[in-house]
Write a protein that binds this ligand. Structure first.
Ligand code: OVV
Length: 394
């Protein structure tokens, strides 16, 4: 059977401004669709997305997780040794990185990160009105993450523009991609320098990668590129994760009251906000062989777009999926992906969100939108440019 052909372009500006409006059409059309404008397959139902992520042998990452097929085109930057790699290479690099982003490492940084979350919350609640993106979503990760990696202070604000450009580059070379590159300016050069051993501080996670290289776990060149992964994947993701968590509470005020009564739900609230609005909306895979999905044969060498965010609101899996409900039964969303590539930094993201949310919860009785949220269009991330909120101190 052939996949239904759709004229939906998941990278046009209308789609990216409100992807949720079109996810239903993608899911309803079938388990696999052919997206005419980008000449690629797509899957938007939970069970097929999860199965695709699970089957890394058939749906590979080594040919790139963007629209560009690395088997046919030269990648625009040297491929990530994690995201854009398959086993066995992937398992070696991932194992090394997992030992750095460990439970013990997170336990060690928690007190400092907590102090910074509390201080920031003090300041914002005193203000009453603030921009939950510019003053919280962006500020908090930038207060904690670059120090943890150990990058130079001078110029580190460039990390935001660099990440935005990388996430744009998973899509087609459209106007959003061009604008992102323009705004990035010399950020890629700054990041390349920051990844070098001589520019990383002692005791940071960046230096820890080079120490793994000293032990023979990878080469020095590989270490440099693995540090780049921290810097690419660690900022704009958590920035928008915290932003959407705040948007969720501002949009569903009853949930804040619920959380005030049941503060032990803090971690679940973040998980639910990621399900409700998944920062990483999509990633591609490439088929290594012909594969049948729901009666449709996808030929070998096909690009397949996995709609993580659409899967996370699939009514086949979730009850009343458009509702943000912090006490919903735990369901295992795919906002952090699934399987061998599942987010390396998920514990970092969870820690940041938990500390920010707990710090606010102690101080805030209610949150409301104080203006129209503004979107920032990105080919992969669901991103917010501005989110004016007003809080009532507790
Ligand atoms: C998950 C992710 C996003 C972007 C870049 C990378 C990873 C990387 O490994 O460079």
């Amino acid at each position: 059977m052939l996949a239904p052909r759709l004229s939906i372009d998941p990278f046009d500006e209308a789609f990216l401004a409100d992807p949720y409006a079109q996810h239903q059409a993608l899911r309803e059309a079938g388990p696999v669709v052919w997206l005419e404008p980008i000449q690629a397959y797509g899957m938007a139902r939970f069970s097929e997305v999860q199965a695709g992520l699970r089957d890394y042998g058939t749906f590979c990452s080594g040919r790139g997780v963007g629209l560009s097929d690395f088997a046919a085109e030269t990648p625009w930057r040297p491929p990530s040794l994690l995201l854009e790699a398959d086993p066995p290479l992937h398992d070696r690099t991932r194992g090394l990185m997992n030992r750095i982003v460990s439970w013990q490492a997170l336990k060690a940084i928690r007190p400092v990160w907590q102090e910074r979350a509390e201080a920031l919350a003090d300041r914002l609640v005193e203000q009453r009105r603030f921009d939950a993106v510019a003053e919280l979503g962006e500020t908090y990760p930038m207060l904690v993450f670059p120090d943890t990696i150990g990058v130079p202070v001078e110029g580190r604000e460039k990390l935001l523009a660099y990440a935005a450009a990388v996430f744009n580059a998973f899509g087609p070379r459209n106007a959003i991609f061009d604008r992102g590159n323009e705004q990035a300016g010399d950020a890629a050069e700054w990041v390349a320098k920051a990844c070098k051993r001589e520019n990383l501080s002692e005791g940071g996670w960046g230096m820890a990668v080079y120490e793994a290289a000293d032990r023979g776990e990878c080469s020095a060149d590989e270490a440099e590129r693995l540090v780049r992964s921290f810097l690419t994947a660690g900022v704009d993701t958590t920035v928008n994760g915290i932003g959407h968590m705040m948007l969720a509470f501002a949009s569903f005020p009853g949930e804040w009251q619920k959380l005030r009564e049941r503060p032990h739900l803090v971690k679940r609230a973040f998980e639910e906000s990621l399900r409700w609005d998944s920062t990483v909306q999509t990633f591609f895979r490439t088929t290594t062989m012909a594969v049948e999905v729901g009666g449709v044969t996808i030929p070998a060498g096909s690009k397949v777009l996995l709609f993580l965010a659409a899967a996370n609101r699939d009514p086949r899996k979730w009850e009343d999926p458009d509702r943000f409900a912090i006490d919903r039964p735990l369901g295992g969303h795919v906002g952090f992906g699934f399987g061998i590539h599942q987010c390396l930094g998920q514990m970092v993201a969870r820690l940041e969100a938990e500390l920010v949310l707990a710090a606010l919860l102690k101080r805030v009785k209610s949150i409301r939108l104080a203006g129209e949220p503004k979107r920032r269009l990105n080919n992969t991330l669901h991103a917010i440019a501005s989110l004016p909120v007003e809080v009532e101190p507790a």
